[in-house]
Design a protein around this ligand. Structure first.
Ligand code: 13P
Length: 264
């Protein structure tokens, strides 16, 4: 059974104070309320992971204000070079020092607002793995690409360029894929659970073609795009959706908790 992942991507939101309070409220819930304790048991039994990805400025606060190890911390990005004259960038060894477990790579906002290409994202994926920070690698098509029947082509290009040099073991054990259709991000338009599952199934078939059955069975594939407490259970009930990458609804403990509960 693949371990479920519920991950909150805070994007450019969240001060240190906000982060401290969020973690404290979430940990209190995990330790004291009935559903929180069930989630804690699922985390301990390796059935579920709860991840938050605050901005860089709050990462140390997130990592060090946790009292238990139940919440994992992810960074939202990093640069592939280890050090050097790259003003404004953060390297993977810097994230390693902060004990980040995961890093989001290739989010559509990085691809489309900041112009990150498949080539750069391949380098970032490899650099993350070299630093033993587990990548949550995002892929997804634009609305125009979906409407012109090119969704599969886009996903195949994004993935094949990212993982061509990786081995099946590395992909199975270390890589998480997030399918985030660009037209569903921050728009309130969620992909139907059937469409989301179909796209995740297609991604799994790409993993099968490249790496074989063991890897395609074990790789975790998340869905992201306008996930809310009202649609999370339906999405998570689908065979190929192993978790959720949540933007807006991860910024309030109350809605994030409801989404986590729906993974039980
Ligand atoms: P929303 O949940 O706000 O649509 O954002 C999704 C996302 O981009 C998560 O990475």
């Amino acid at each position: 059974m693949r371990r479920k992942m519920i991950a909150g991507n805070w994007k450019m939101h969240g001060t240190k104070e906000f982060t401290k309070k969020f973690i404290s409220d979430l940990e209190t819930w995990l330790d004291s309320e009935e559903t929180g304790i069930k989630v804690s048991e699922a985390i301990e039994d390796k059935e579920m992971e709860v991840v938050i990805a605050p901005p860089f400025t709050a990462l140390d606060c997130a990592v060090f204000s946790r009292i238990t190890g139940k919440i994992r911390i992810a960074a939202q990005n990093a640069y592939h070079e280890r050090k050097g004259a790259f003003t404004g960038e953060i390297s993977f060894p810097m994230l390693e020092e902060l004990r980040c477990k995961y890093v989001i790579i290739g989010h559509s906002e990085r691809r489309h607002i900041f112009g990150e290409s498949n080539k750069i994202l391949e380098k970032k994926l490899i650099a993350a793995l070299e630093s033993h920070i587990l990548p949550i690698f995002c892929v997804g098509e634009l609305l125009s690409e979906r409407e012109s029947g090119n969704m599969e082509k886009v996903l195949a290009e994004q993935l094949s360029s990212a993982w061509w040099s990786l081995t099946s073991d590395v992909v199975a054990e270390m890589v998480v894929i997030a399918y985030e259709p660009v037209w569903a991000i921050g728009t309130g338009k969620t992909a139907s659970s059937e469409d989301a599952d179909d796209a995740c199934d297609y991604i799994r078939s790409l993993a099968f073609d490249k790496f074989g059955a063991a890897t395609s069975d074990s790789i975790r594939i998340l869905y992201g795009g306008s996930v809310k407490p009202e649609n999370s259970r339906d999405l998570l009930s689908r065979e190929n959706i192993d978790g959720l990458l949540i933007g807006g609804a991860s910024l309030e403990v109350s809605s994030f908790k409801k989404i986590i509960e729906s993974a039980l």
